[in-house]
Design a protein around this ligand. Structure first.
Ligand SMILES: O=C(CO)[C@@H](O)[C@H](O)COP(=O)(O)O
Length: 219
């Protein structure tokens, strides 16, 4: 099984975002954290900034919307060409309708769950999604410690995906290092978001390769 490494630009140098995207061009996608200071207690960028960054990025965009009113905003990110758009289950009023709208606009439809949100209520809608994101820290900030308490949920989600006809990527986000990625991969995740362990490294490209190797040990 192949694994994907998507560095989060939340840990990049905000004064040099174009060159920071270039520094991770060997990754599978750039993870773009959109935060509104309502759904999470932090504020990053919105549609105009993401649109411009998309124009200069050498790799696809994996947008993670940590915002309220996801039904209103998520389709706009698909319309500007973001390859993957993930909304939070806790922030969407009509998640199935929203996932269908994202797909109709040509994006992969992703849905994210906070660490304390159960996966079971959403298992019947797996076929509507291209990606399920299980947060392995409380969303809002980079550099937090991986929550091992989320591992059983990753395992249950992976089993449900394997047992269904749906072809979903199982993404994890938060506290991913060469050590924690092994546990997440063992639990069944196949797409890994890493912020501080990539941008905090002297050589981001080498850090991406290190994560790939570490996750590969379990595939
Ligand atoms: O969505 C988030 C945080 O809310 C993440 O994407 C973090 O940006 C990951 O950073 P690290 O935990 O890898 O430093």
């Amino acid at each position: 099984m192949s694994c994907h490494i998507n560095p989060s630009i939340l840990s990049a140098d905000f004064a040099n975002l174009a060159s920071e995207l270039n520094a991770i061009k060997t990754a599978d996608a750039a993870h773009i954290d959109v935060m509104d200071n309502h759904f999470v207690p932090n504020l990053t960028w919105g549609l105009p900034v993401v649109k411009r960054l998309k124009e200069v990025s050498p790799i696809p965009f994996d947008v993670h919307l940590m915002i309220e009113d996801a039904d209103r905003w998520a389709p706009e990110y698909a319309e500007i060409g973001c390859e993957s758009v993930t909304f939070h289950a806790e922030a969407a009023i009509a998640p199935i309708k929203l996932a269908r709208t994202l797909r109709e606009s040509g994006a992969r439809a992703g849905m994210a769950l906070r660490p304390a949100t159960a996966v079971e209520p959403y298992l019947d809608m797996l076929s509507e999604l291209d990606m399920l994101l299980i947060m392995t820290v409380e969303p809002g900030f980079g550099g937090q410690k991986f929550l091992d308490v989320t591992l059983p949920k990753i395992r249950r989600a992976a089993q449900a995906i394997q047992g269904s006809d749906a072809k979903l990527t199982l993404q994890v986000d938060g506290g991913i290092t060469e050590e924690t990625i092994v546990r997440a991969a063992e639990a069944g995740a196949d797409c890994f978001v890493a912020g501080s362990s990539v941008y905090g490294a002297d050589d981001p490209a080498a850090a991406i390769e290190g994560l790939r190797r570490a996750a590969g040990h379990k595939h």
